[in-house]
Write a protein that binds this ligand. Structure first.
Ligand code: FDA
Length: 567
């Protein structure tokens, strides 16, 4: 076996991992190692492409997980994609760049994460951003922005592709939503999402700006104090107990290369886990940090009994309303509409709210009961109430309807942004490179389905509203043969459950929260019970966010780098 020693070891050269690799190696006096299971994809044409979504899904740079059978969602097993490459999921994703609702980030601080509020996240997310303002040819088509919402000095290029060329689409969609009393939102990137918007992408000059192309290749790759081990999967952290504090100290990380070679790297300062929401909790469990009862089943000796590891998984279901159009849509149109509970439920909103609040104690009890002892019902009740407050009091967005018209089709993929369901990810094998058990528990609660049904109804309504209705020939999904014009919620719900896929936005499995309310890491992103192990990736987000994840994650990683450097 080979051995080496570095000051910092980063496990996972993905979206967040490469931000840290860049920032920590800025100090030439420290040495940094990145362990990445995938390969470099700098020259991969599917990765660079900015006009066709999904080219890398199902290829060797996708982990190609599948979920556990979804007991509340027709017992279906769903495909579950995540990026496996230098750059992580940012090399396979849809590239949309849209920040969350400010109120939902302020909640992080209100629950005990000092310093983690909207204003700080917004600043750090702007630090990551290199916004390229649209030329007049693009503003004429609807590209719009508020300059104070964007960073100019960062590494990640953000803007519109030249393929954004349909002259009809902007006015058609915008006017349709106005006719449904949904306002135009000039720029959704400043913490308020509601309305119809034209959003930018993480791209520059028609090339994807993933975290490797932004943070690693142009600046960090040439540094002699940074070493990246690609095609290398970390399998275990090895520990030593600090006699004075009783804390566990990560001493080294064991890995296995593509050809089976074992590698042990020692850490002089810290181990930072950035393996993403699926594999960060898995690596902790494989290293003895997690629910001792679960680890025992796989003969893993318990080092820190931390049952919250891998719990609190939050993801969204995705369905689509589609119609055949008599207009041929050109290009790669960046349109979206975010809707609140009020938009969806109208005059029924307060009745719906009362029902949700009445049900929260039973939701909390079920979540606690299935958490393998990680959560107390009373704590969950408090946390779910904060979620209801965001939805009904702060009126943050509850549904996203993405507009993805292509050639002769109008396509509205849509999702409930804030399901109450809580799932889990846990070790499922003694083989350290095997996949974990992924269980998002889609549609665990009635309200989660009700929201998805209302989103579907609203998508259909938009297709039948002028001026969009004048270019729509016939609906093909669900189609009135499957779900008739006067169909009940039950019929809509059955269709939703038959056709949903994962929205692939898993968060929360190593939540940043106080330990007594289910946290895995503290406000400095340090794993409870350890002296020198942090987690920095989507798994630390304590709750789902309404924007898409990378804008938040780049901000989290930039802030994390500052915290680590100050230590
Ligand atoms: P990320 O997955 O980026 O990085 C983890 C890295 O760790 C990976 O490179 C992995 O190979 C590596 N790794 C894991 N285990 C390891 C081990 N044991 N040893 C070594 N390496 C290991 N967001 C958005 O803002 N706009 C969008 O359009 C989309 N669209 C989208 C589409 C699809 C298909 C998906 C799956 C996701 C999106 N997202 C998105 C979400 C977003 O891209 C995603 O949440 C982040 O990129 C995740 O970043 P992380 O740093 O958490 O993990």
């Amino acid at each position: 076996a080979n051995t080496a020693r570095f000051d910092y070891i980063i496990v996972g050269g993905g979206t967040c991992g490469l931000v840290l690799a860049n920032r920590l190696s800025e100090d030439s006096g420290v040495t940094v190692a990145v362990i990445e299971a995938g390969d470099s994809v700098f020259n991969n044409a599917n990765v660079k492409n900015t006009t066709t979504y999904g080219l890398s899904l199902g290829t060797s740079i996708d982990w190609q997980y599948s979920s556990a059978p979804q007991v509340y969602g027709n017992n279906r097993t769903l495909g579950y994609n995540q990026g496996k490459a230098l750059g992580g999921t940012s090399v396979i994703n849809g590239m949309t760049f849209v920040r969350p609702e400010s109120a939902q980030i302020d909640l992080w601080e209100q629950l005990g994460n000092k310093g983690w509020n909207w204003s700080s996240l917004f600043e750090n997310s702007k630090v990551a951003e290199h916004f390229v303002p649209p030329p007049s040819s693009q503003t004429a088509l609807g590209a719009a922005y508020n300059p104070s919402y964007h960073g100019k000095e960062g590494h990640v290029g953000v803007g519109w592709t030249s393929a954004f060329i349909d002259t009809n689409a902007y006015q058609t969609f915008n006017t349709t939503w106005r006719n449904l009393a949904v306002p135009y939102n000039q720029d959704p990137n400043g913490g308020k999402l509601r309305g119809f918007s034209v959003w930018p992408y993480t791209q520059k000059d028609d090339i994807r700006q993933d975290s490797a192309r932004s943070y690693y290749w142009p600046i960090a790759a040439a540094r002699s104090n940074l070493q990246v081990f690609v095609n290398t999967t970390a399998t275990r952290i090895l520990w030593q107990k600090d006699a004075t504090t009783g804390l566990e100290v990560a001493d080294s990380v064991e890995s296995v290369g593509a050809n089976g070679t074992k590698l042990t790297i020692s850490a002089s300062r810290e181990v930072i886990i950035s393996a993403g929401s699926i594999r960060s909790p898995l690596l902790l469990e494989q290293s003895g940090v997690g629910n001792a009862q679960i680890l025992k089943k796989f003969s893993i000796p318990s080092v820190i009994d931390l049952p919250s590891v891998g719990e609190n998984l939050q993801d969204q279901p995705n369905n689509g309303v589609l119609a055949i159009s008599n207009h041929t849509w050109v290009g790669s149109p960046p349109y979206v509409t975010f809707l609140t509970a009020q938009d969806l439920f109208g005059t029924n909103a307060s009745t719906v709210e009362a029902q949700v609040r009445k049900n929260i104690p039973s939701y909390a009890a079920l979540i606690a009961q299935k958490s393998n002892g990680a959560f107390q019902a009373s704590v969950q009740e408090r946390l779910l109430t904060t979620q209801a407050d965001l939805i009904f009091k702060d009126a943050i967005s509850l549904v996203e309807i993405y507009h993805s018209p292509f050639s002769g089709i109008v396509n509205f993929p849509f999702w409930n942004l804030l399901p109450f369901a809580r799932g889990s990810i846990h070790v499922n094998s003694q083989d350290p490179t095997a996949h974990p058990l992924i269980n998002p528990n889609y549609f665990e609660f009635d309200f989660d389905l009700q929201v998805q049904v209302m989103a579907a109804r609203t998508g259909r309504k938009a297709l039948n509203t002028s001026p969009l209705s004048s270019v729509v020939k016939s609906e093909i999904s669900p189609g009135t043969y499957t779900v008739s014009k006067d169909a009940s919620d039950q019929v809509w719900g059955d269709w939703v459950k038959r056709t949903y896929t994962s929205n692939l936005h898993p968060v929360g499995t190593c939540a940043m929260l106080p330990r007594d309310i289910g946290g895995v890491v503290d406000a400095e992103l340090k794993v409870y019970g350890t002296k020198n192990v942090r987690v920095v990736d989507a798994s630390v987000l304590p709750f789902q966010v309404c924007g898409h994840l990378t804008s938040t994650l780049y901000g989290v990683a930039e802030k994390a780098a500052k915290i680590i450097k100050q230590t």
